[in-house]
Ligand binder design. Structure first.
Ligand code: NAG
Ligand code: NAG
Ligand code: NAG
Ligand code: NAG
Length: 416
């Protein structure tokens, strides 16, 4: 439909009904088998305060909350203090690795533990990141205790079950264990000291060269890295072969600096956390943002797909290059073009709905533009492969909601 009034008018009633139904569909779909919130649950258990604090700081809570069939092996404050000391006080990235090892990708309750006849191996979030070392073994010990250890060769069952704190079949379990599960190398995190080299290796040579050519920008990135920085690095393809992409070589120096600062967000925002923006959109401040919120970028998520809406166009967040709290480097498929710099840039073929926000609208209003359907070729994350079938129904419900919302936007736009 072309959005001409006479054509749209007869459909208004039907579509308005869709609009009313959309929030309900989404509300139901958002639950979709995942009903738990580890943070609010542990808030009611002060003995796990330290564990909860680090789950939040490292954003591992977001991964746990997005997944059905998960078991959290929690530590009381004393045991958690041991883990923190082993990681080295300042190594938040090492603590994150350990917390992901303590998050089992399966539902384990006391009934299932009692049914164990042999040592069982179970996957964890750590392993889902592509590391073969992140498996945990579980066994009934001769003492009658249930033991937990790294599945690496020679690891001893130093940790045993203290008690089941929460068991919601087959979604969510919280089991307290007596000691941290660790192995040699658990706390070794990759060295991110040289950001430009990291970007080059990740297929972002053009972006790396631009950053290296603007030392002020690199300094600003490095300063932010101490407290929290997420870099959205355009890959080399993003600079070519896309309608409307500017020739960065011809940009004024000031504009180029603003553009580079726009690709950085002064907070730790790993992809699983960005995905949580289920309904609607969330504005993020960038290093280029003004107090008035100019140069904000808007996160839009649909299922496994995360995009950034600049007000001019959307860029898909592709790969995670580095996730080392408080630094995260993600690649994007196209250059982020802030509406403040590129309001009159020609847009690449837009998504089917014609009701895009006008390019000169205030940035904050971009949340009213209809969410685009996910591209058919969007790769899915390895980490989610097991949760996928559980969530497909929720995803289907969500996309029905999304279509309804998009149609609503069309109707409202044509009525204005
Ligand atoms: C989980 O609970 C915490 C604390 O109550 C809250 O801040 C957070 O937004 C909740 N997360 C989700 C995904 O609802
Ligand atoms: C042990 O692990 C295997 C997969 O390796 C699984 O099929 C089996 O159900 C597990 N046993 C128990 C008691 O959970
Ligand atoms: C970082 O890496 C780049 C490219 O590999 C190199 O040119 C530069 O000298 C390195 N910087 C430092 C401080 O090592
Ligand atoms: C910019 O982003 C910040 C941080 O999310 C938000 O508080 C603010 O409202 C945004 N401003 C606009 C104009 O979108």
């Amino acid at each position: 439909m072309a959005g001409e009034r006479p054509v749209v008018a007869p459909g208004v009633v039907v579509l308005l009904l869709c609009c009313l139904a959309a929030p309900m569909v989404r509300g139901g779909g958002g639950g979709g088998g995942v009903q738990h919130n580890i943070t609010s649950f542990l808030n009611g258990h002060p003995e796990y305060k330290l564990y909860n604090k680090y789950l939040t700081e490292t954003r591992v809570c977001d991964e746990i909350n997005a997944r059905a069939a998960v078991t959290c092996l929690v530590l009381n404050d004393g045991a958690m203090a041991t883990l923190v000391a082993d990681a080295g006080e300042s190594s938040l990235a090492g603590i994150k690795a350990a917390l992901r090892l303590h998050s089992l990708l399966d539902y384990w309750d006391t009934k299932k533990l009692r049914s164990l006849t042999t040592t069982n191996l179970t996957d964890t979030f750590f392993q889902a990141a592509g590391d073969a070392m992140g498996t945990v073994k579980i066994a009934k010990l001769d003492s009658g205790d249930f033991g937990f250890a790294s599945a690496n060769k020679g690891a001893k069952f130093d940790a045993t079950l203290v008690k089941a704190v929460k068991q919601t079949p087959y979604d969510f379990a919280v089991l307290e264990i007596s000691a941290p599960i660790e192995f040699d190398g658990l706390f070794d995190v990759p060295d991110a000291a040289n950001l430009t080299r990291l970007l080059e290796k990740a297929g972002c040579k053009r972006f790396a060269a631009l950053v290296a050519g603007n030392p002020g920008v690199l300094k600003a990135y490095q300063a932010a890295m101490a407290t929290g920085l997420t870099l959205f690095a355009p890959n080399d393809d993003a600079f070519v072969a896309k309608a409307g992409t500017p020739d960065v070589g011809k940009m004024e120096k000031d504009d180029l600096v603003r553009l580079l600062m726009y690709h950085a967000v002064p907070a730790y925002e790993p992809k699983p956390s960005l995905k949580l923006v289920k309904a609607g959109a969330r504005p993020l401040r960038t290093l280029a943002s003004t107090a008035a919120g100019e140069y904000n970028v808007t996160v839009v998520a649909r299922g496994d797909d995360v995009s950034l809406d600049t007000g001019v166009r959307k860029s898909r967040v592709a790969a995670t290059v580095l996730d080392e709290v408080p630094l995260c480097v993600l690649t994007v498929d196209s250059l982020l073009m802030p509406v403040e710099l590129f309001a009159d840039a020609p847009m690449p073929a837009p998504a089917p709905a014609p009701a895009m926000a006008p390019a000169d609208a205030p940035l904050g209003s971009s949340s009213s533009s209809p969410p685009a359907p996910p591209p058919a070729d969007a790769p899915s994350e390895v980490a989610d492969h097991k949760a996928k079938h559980v969530k497909s129904t929720a995803a289907a419900l969500r996309s029905i909601g999304a279509v309804a919302v998009a149609l609503c936007s069309v109707v409202f736009a044509s009525l204005l």
